[in-house]
Design a protein around this ligand. Sequence first.
Ligand code: SIN
Ligand code: MN
Length: 221
Amino acid sequence: MTGTLFPRPPRERTVVTPGAVHVPGWLTVGRQRELVEACRTWARGPVPVRHTALPGGGVMSVQTVCVGWHWQPYRYTRTADDVNGARVAEFPDWLVELGRTALVEAYGGHHGYTPDTALINFYDGTAKMGMHQDKEERSSAPVVSLSIGDTCVFRFGNTETRGRPYTDVELASGDLFVFGGPARFAYHGVPKVYPGTAEAATGMSDGRLNITLRETGLSGR
Ligand code: SIN
Ligand code: MN
């Protein structure tokens, strides 16, 4: 009812901080479905999706599976030594292309962007992610983030501290968020997911899926 009386303004492309670009509704529903399917396949193996164990003894509330390189706190390896020892799935060419298309959308060019890892995070209605920097990569190439399913609050901050100043952005299904250049090492996190906001047509009837593409800057098979 509130939605009818007070319709939300259309969500527009926004430069949140220099280098950090939010493009709402970038992925078509068909593309979201394909990505959900691909993520379901990767979630089954060779390394199954799991709650990543933290060095302090706890586990992350999101569930994660990786492609190309396996991330664990706080390094990348080819094999998932903290899960089942298997080698992670190959990073497919079509995902490189998707990353390049995202950079063209965000910045007008991709400069040979060649992401070689994807971290796929699944959030149930209570999962969160604390403020952190993506800094295990040895490349300063941008991070491309794609969201499908439930809407969340994405908190995008500064490169100095976990705290303010930061901007809270709502990431909904199909949204693209890119952070590169001066924003590449900014702290960011997900303080809240809004359960029940997903649309079944995307293949995610509940929960939130986030895919981040990165260049690790690592070499070796
Ligand atoms: C991440 O910081 O790696 C994930 C961000 C998100 O889920 O939007
Ligand atoms: Mn991150």
